[in-house]
Design a protein around this ligand. Structure first.
Ligand code: ASP
Length: 434
């Protein structure tokens, strides 16, 4: 956007989103205190409850966008990502193990620190009983194939959605390579359609995200007014727990880099610092991608092929920080509501968090969208995501940095234990110069 254009926008829109949210938070706390700070006037209770309406609307919109976003993200990645034949398998295994470790770290930290027990939301109506859904492997299998292609989109069923998305993704990719080999281009309109629809969903998502400060204001003001500050104690604990888990995940990356590649962890961190800081400040791994790519080649010294696999392909599929966050959020809300997520239910959380992280686009707050699916899969009430919205602007930045660090790790591991020789480097340089 040109400077001139940005000057034409109203003042509020020129303030960065995180500042807008911070301002909304401060105003909300003041309004919440004025309205009673836990002891509201009984005559005002209904009006105060209505303050939560914008947040509920936004959550509904996020839920509605989640399934098309995942479907289009998977189809788009299958149609456009270039993965050289032999590396595909190794890459898939690396991505899956890293994501699994991230989720397990998230669940472990959430189970040990129990951030949801540090304060209660005091919502008796919702906190009674167990979460309804339990793991029934045969039921899961029977349910995996939808009754119709559109059903997973309507029901927000994540397992069915992934079956449909993968089937179409694999077939479309195969058709594309067959046609390319024959010099045909019939696949192009479909690829363009998918790309345009994907961009359209992301644009609508931006509209919804622009309203997040309003939602934060409403939900915080009404929560403070009705319940005081107790619910925020556990949110503070949640922030600490997520930071601890993300830190552990980064230690895991550094250990893998140390044992699995020629890059020294210290150089990995110093060389990648531009990318990590950009990820933190932009909250978007996609926006950071060119910087990640350049840091991997120029500053860390990886081969271009390894850098492109990790940074370009990884930024589509690999969102370990998001996966960790989604799993922790589900467990956190279950703890807050005194609902027990049994081990099988935590297994469902693992499964759906993998899907949700693959489907999360590399843009700010995308994890919040796909989180609705993780919650629905174990029967957790999605309205509690509303409270997470208040801290998401900060945690999003932290998990985005880990998403990018994950892509960098995959690149370093693919580059292997042997640094590229000078001859290789010179050969590449001469190709670039030509
Ligand atoms: N903001 C994250 C990213 O760009 C996605 C998320 O919201 O988790 O990687």
């Amino acid at each position: 956007m040109s400077q001139h254009e940005s000057k034409d926008r109203p003042l509020w829109q020129r303030i960065p989103l995180y500042l807008q949210i911070a301002i909304a938070l401060v105003i909300a706390v003041v309004v919440g205190v004025l309205l009673g700070a836990g002891n509201p006037n009984p005559n005002n209770v209904d009006t105060i409850k209505n303050l939560a309406i914008p947040c509920n609307l936004i959550l509904k919109a996020l839920k509605a966008l989640a399934t098309p976003l995942i479907l289009l993200a998977v189809l788009h990645s299958f149609m456009t990502a270039t993965i050289p034949g032999r590396s595909g398998r190794r890459l898939a295994i690396l991505l899956l193990t890293n994501t699994l470790v991230a989720i397990l770290i998230g669940l472990l930290v959430a189970n040990v620190l129990q951030p949801g027990k540090w304060g209660s939301f005091g919502d008796a109506a919702l906190s009674t009983g167990e979460v309804k859904k339990t793991l029934d492997p045969w039921g899961l299998l029977q349910d995996a194939v939808p009754a119709s292609i559109l059903q997973p989109l309507v029901d927000n069923n994540v397992i069915q959605l992934i079956v449909v998305a993968l089937s179409f993704g694999i077939v479309l990719r195969a058709l594309k390579s067959e046609q390319t080999a024959e010099g045909k281009t019939d696949y192009l309109p479909i690829q363009q359609l998918i790309t345009i629809l994907f961009e359209a969903v992301i644009r609508i998502l931006h509209w919804v995200i622009a309203l997040v400060p309003l939602a934060v204001f409403g939900i915080v003001a009404s929560t403070v007014a009705l319940k005081g500050f107790a619910p925020f104690k556990s949110l503070g604990a949640f922030i600490i727990a997520v930071l601890v888990a993300l830190l552990l995940q980064s230690c895991y990356y550094l250990t893998r880099v140390y044992f699995g590649s020629w890059v020294k962890p210290k150089n990995f961190l110093i060389g990648g610092s531009d990318a990590l800081f950009t990820a933190f400040s932009s909250a978007s791994s996609t926006a950071t991608m060119p910087i990640t790519f350049e840091a991997l080649i120029q500053k860390i010294g990886l081969r271009e092929s390894s850098a492109s696999l990790g940074a370009l392909v990884g930024s589509n599929f690999n969102n370990d920080g998001t996966a960790l966050y989604e799993a922790m959020s589900a467990l956190f809300v279950a703890q807050v509501l005194n609902l027990n997520l049994s081990l099988p239910q935590q297994l469902i959380v693992i499964l759906t968090s993998i899907v949700a992280s693959v489907g999360a686009a590399g843009i700010p707050e995308a994890g919040l969208v796909t989180m609705t699916l993780v919650f629905t899969s174990v029967g957790l009430p999605t309205q509690y995501i509303a409270l997470l919205v208040t801290v998401d602007w900060f945690l999003d930045r932290c998990r985005t940095a880990i998403n990018v660090m994950g892509d960098m790790t995959v690149s370093a591991l693919i580059d292997g234990k042997q640094r590229q020789s000078q001859a290789e480097e010179l050969a590449i340089e001469s190709i670039i110069e030509e």
